[in-house]
Design a binder for this molecule. Sequence first.
Ligand SMILES: Cc1cc2nc3c(=O)[nH]c(=O)nc-3n(C[C@H](O)[C@H](O)[C@H](O)COP(=O)(O)O)c2cc1C
Ligand code: SF4
Ligand code: SF4
Length: 253
Amino acid sequence: MVFYFSGTGNSRFVARNIARAIGQETADITSYTKNMERPSFTETGIYVFVCPSYMSAPARAMTDFIEWAGFPSGIRAYFIVTCAASMGITPRVASELCEKKGMEYMGAAQIEMPQNYIALFTTKQVEENIDIIEKAATEIERISGLIKDGKTIGTKKIGAVEYSVTKWVRDVYYKDFMKTTKFKATDKCIACGKCVSVCPLSNITLKDKKPSWGKKCTHCMACINQCPVDAIEYGKGTAGKPRYKGPDSALKQ
Ligand SMILES: Cc1cc2nc3c(=O)[nH]c(=O)nc-3n(C[C@H](O)[C@H](O)[C@H](O)COP(=O)(O)O)c2cc1C
Ligand code: SF4
Ligand code: SF4
């Protein structure tokens, strides 16, 4: 099984392509987390976990899911992190998680995909994103081949200092900066409800025909990027920046 968490579609795209190449099914972890039904998986063999890099580590939505769900002991676990630049301390986070859950750690690999963090960084134009996605396809094929052959996909060692500093920054960021107070819908909003349906944490409701954000946000950037009329802004820094509509939409251009 290839499990994925994805805000703007990069990790879903990678998960689907890996699953196709290795002859497995995909599962969106939010289909379990949204209704709080703790799954207990019984299938033995290989499990692949695909998610974005958030603050130089795998998105917490994924690591929390792996901690929470039941898996048979001894399964072989692969970790694939999509990122704009680096998966950071993922190898150590993933190997420690495997130890805790009694899984065999088969390595972690990164796939560079378009930047989606519009609240903090500059998102790219569609043409540049298409180049990035096309390069990623080669890496997806290489990694899928290794998984298919039962090989490890990279067992990079992460030093103690890098690990503890990154973990500290990540904890502070999740606690103090992943807030929704800066999200606003402008007058362009047509009350279509897309932001409500794309939020993987069901954190948005429509009130008086405008989105209203709750407190469960993980800053996945799906709402602001996927709004069909670009009506969502985050503070003052997002006006005029290109919205990232995801790999499928970029490749259709
Ligand atoms: C909250 C947040 C934090 C991010 N942190 C990093 C990071 O530390 N390093 C990096 O290379 N990319 C980072 N990114 C970029 C994403 O990892 C990248 O665009 C990813 O492919 C998005 O995947 P998705 O479309 O499946 O949500 C971050 C994006 C978000 C939204
Ligand atoms: S997706 Fe955009 S237009 Fe649709 S309800 Fe949300 S903010 Fe309004
Ligand atoms: S509110 Fe927006 S940024 Fe936050 S988790 Fe939902 S879709 Fe992602």
